[in-house]
Design a protein around this ligand. Sequence first.
Ligand SMILES: [Zn+2]
Ligand SMILES: [Zn+2]
Length: 176
Amino acid sequence: MVPEAYDNARKDWDTYFMDIAYMAATRSRCPRRHVGAVLVQGKKLLGTAYNGAPMGVADCSEDGCMIVEEYELQVEDGAERMIKKQRCIRTIHAEQNLLLFTDRIDREGSTVYVTDQPCWTCANMLANSGVKEIVYHRVYHKDSEKVEALMDVKGIVFRQLTPYEPPAQASRNVVS
Ligand SMILES: [Zn+2]
Ligand SMILES: [Zn+2]
C-alpha cells in the first residue's frame, strides 16, 4: 500500500534521493544483488553508481556470478553457529564505484544514499572518503555492529531511512 502522504505531497529530499539510488540499482546486472548509491552535496546530486563488473569486462549476466563460499558466524537466541553463505565477488560494490567516479573535494561533507546498509569494506572506505552522512534502506546484518561502531568513532551520521517504500519498478527482491 502506498502511504497516504505520497498521494498529494511532494517527495521529501530523503525519499527523492533514495528513489534515485533505487533507480541506479536497476542498472546492476548481478542477479543476486542490486545495489545503488548516490552522492549528494547539499541538495545537489554529484554522482550515481551501482554494483557491477569493471567497464569492458564480462558481467554476471554474460559470464554468470563469480561465487565464493564463506562461513559466517550467526548468533541466534544466544547460541553461536557457523552458516555457509554464498557471495558473488564479480562486482565492484556500488559504494566503491561511487568513490571511484567522484572527486575527493566534492565529497567533503557530503551525504551518501545507498539502497543497502554498507558491508564492512565499503563502510571502511566511506569512513575515509570525506562523507559526513550515510543513509541506507535495507538492513545488512552481517557487518552491522562493527560498521556502526566505526561510524560512531568517525562521527559520521549513519541512519536507516524508515518508513520508506522504494519505487515499484525498482523494488525487486534479491537474495541476501
Ligand atoms: Zn553476480
Ligand atoms: Zn560493499
